[in-house]
Each structure stands twice: as C-alpha cells, then as structure tokens.
Design a protein around this ligand. Structure first.
Ligand SMILES: Nc1ncnc2c1ncn2[C@@H]1O[C@H](COP(=O)(O)OP(=O)(O)OP(=O)(O)O)[C@@H](O)[C@H]1O
Ligand SMILES: [Mg+2]
Length: 320
C-alpha cells in the first residue's frame, strides 16, 4: 500500500482547560496514518483518549495542537461551512449505541434514504431502491425497510447504521466501540460483516475499542494508547510476538485472563487516568513494573524498532 494515506494525524493534541487554569491533556502528541483499504485498531482502557481522537477527526471537537489530513487535505482548522464537503462526506462514524442514531419514528428505509439525499449522492427516488440494496449488503432482509428502529434487535440496528455509514462511500469509517455493547455471538457476526465489507468495498477503518482481542481480530495494525499518549504501534499479526511496551504487555496478560475469569474489560489496578496530570515523565511510570528513576522525570520519545514497530519507552531492549 503506497501513496497518500487516507488518514494521517501528526502530533495531534487536545488539551482541556481545567478549573484552576491548568491543562489536562486528553490526547498528547499522537501521530499515525491509515492507508487506503487498511484497518488501524486504536486500543486502550477507558479515558485514554480514543474517542477524543475520533471527535477531532470528525470536527466534533477542535484540536489544540498538531494536524489531521484526509487524503492529504489538512482539515485541522477549516471553517464550519466547509465541514460537510471536506469532512462529513468523507468520514462516517459508527458508535456503540445504534439506537441513539435513529429518529425513533422514522422507518429503516427512510433512515437509509436520508443519508444519501443529505449528502447529495442521489435523488429520493433512486435512494429508495438503493435502501433495499444496502440492507442486502449488510445481510438483512428487505422486509425490515418498513420497520421502526425499536422493532429491530441491537445487532440489526447496528447493521442498519453501518449500511447508512457506508452508503455514501466514505473514504474513512470510524468505528468507536461499535461492537462493544453486543452479545458475543452477535458481535462476532458484525465483526465478520465489517471484515467482508472492508474487503469487498476496499474500505478504510479506524477501529476503536478497549478489548484487545476484538480489536486485533479486525485490525491490520494496532496502536496502543495510554493516558492520551500513543505508546506502541505495530502490525496486528506481530502483536503477541513483538509487543514490548510494559503497558501493551499488561493488556495482553488481561486478554489471556478473559477466558479464565470471564472478564470483558481491561481491569488493572484501581486508578484514574486523570490522576496523572502533571505532564512530566512517562505517563505509565507510576504503574510500570520496569520503571526506573528517569521514567518519572522525562517523557520517552518515539523509537522505531524493526518492521514498522514504534514504541515510547526507555526500557525497551533492542531499540535503536
Ligand atoms: N469536554 C471535556 N472536558 C474535559 N475533559 C474531557 C472532555 N471530554 C473528554 N475529556 C476527558 O478526556 C479523557 C479522554 O476521554 P475519551 O472519551 O477520549 O476516552 P476514551 O478512551 O474514548 O474512553 P472510553 O473507552 O471510556 O470510551 C477522559 O479523561 C475524559 O474525561
Ligand atoms: Mg470512547
């Protein structure tokens, strides 16, 4: 995969002003790119900044530093009147709660048509026929076209939301915990659907989740976030063999314990990410088994290891 990436973020930062005048960095100096047809998985525990990145890309919140490029177009600070053309028609987002996306009294068919008409993809008449095709694409019967959203199961609702998101042929689909609320078997079905659609339609995904096993199943590359920082990024297939950051290793340990203890979420010690707000040193230092004295004084920079493997840690062996 070569050429201009569909999404490139460079040193992206979001600082919120907190009472007392200090800044809280929800996202700090994060860089990554997603080439056409690829799937980047963004993983990390609750509050680490994953959704804030998605919200900056989709213009729901303004970046305070760095840049966001879509197909090479710098959309970081564009006027609001250009959002529709330069962002909304290119990036679609699917959230955890599908029901919240519907209008409660709008039938499924109309819901699908609305997206196409709003973005000027086709006329209302053409959109009506297209809605049927879209349902088939997400493996749902056309008999659902006349149903109201509350008459669908959670899995069916999410499939309809995915159908609407891909209907306008977005350059980038952001899936923010899109399968997290679904039962395991339903989740598996939606993940398989997403993989098939990606392959067939050459879609580009930013797949956000807290469950490393789920994220790994769909992503070509994995970016691990901790407390607003991207701490490690590598090819998904290399994850278990080559992960070196102490935090990634802890996540992997918690994945292996899921089967034993029936745990679904990453649970480390009782700790709030916002406890770490002084912005000095490695963000993971006070939870890290490897941490030495320098780790709480200085921020580790990005180091490029072999095979597109990037890590931010002073204790990585073999780093160049
Ligand atoms: N408007 C805001 N003002 C202040 N802090 C905020 C604001 N929005 C988000 N935050 C903080 O930024 C941090 C990152 O939040 P974010 O929603 O990006 O996390 P997340 O990784 O998506 O978590 P989850 O897995 O629970 O969805 C959190 O500590 C959150 O409290
Ligand atoms: Mg989130």
């Amino acid at each position: 995969m070569s050429g201009t990436p569909v999404l490139e973020i460079r040193n992206l930062t979001k600082a919120f002003s907190m009472p007392g005048g200090r800044d809280f960095y929800a996202v700090r100096d994060v860089s990554f790119s997603v080439p056409q047809g690829a799937s980047l998985g963004l993983v990390g525990e609750s509050g680490c900044g994953k959704s804030t990145i998605a919200r900056m890309i989709t213009k729901l919140t303004e970046a305070t530093g760095g840049s966001i490029l879509l197909d090479g177009d710098d959309i970081t600070h564009i006027p609001e009147k250009e959002h529709k053309k330069r962002v909304f028609s290119k990036v679609q987002m699917v959230f955890q709660d599908p029901y919240g996306v519907f209008s409660p009294r709008m039938p499924v068919g109309t819901f699908l048509e609305e997206g196409l008409v709003f973005h000027g993809v086709m006329s209302r008449k053409e959109a009506s026929a297209e809605a049927k095709r879209l349902l088939e694409l997400v493996e749902l019967p056309s008999s659902l076209l006349d149903r109201m959203p509350h008459q669908l199961s959670g899995g069916q609702q999410q499939r309809v939301v995915i159908a609407r998101a891909i209907s306008i042929k977005p350059r980038l689909l952001i899936l923010d915990e899109a399968t997290s609320a679904l039962d395991v078997s339903v989740q598996e079905g939606v993940l398989k659907l997403l993989m098939r659609l990606q392959k067939e339609l050459q879609l580009t995904y930013l797949f956000i989740g807290h469950d490393l096993a789920v994220v790994r199943s769909i992503a070509d590359r994995i970016a691990v976030m901790y407390a607003g920082n991207l701490v490690e990024e590598m090819d998904s297939e290399d994850l278990t063999d080559t992960a070196v950051h102490p935090y990634t290793l802890r996540l992997l340990e918690s994945v292996f314990s899921i089967g034993d203890k029936g745990k679904k979420h990453i649970e480390l010690e009782n700790f709030s990410l916002s406890d770490k707000e002084d912005n000095t040193g490695c963000p993971f230092a006070h939870r890290c088994r490897e941490a030495g004295a320098s780790c709480s004084k200085e921020q580790p920079g990005s180091r490029l290891l072999e095979k597109n493997h990037v890590v931010k840690c002073f204790h990585v062996h073999g780093a160049m």
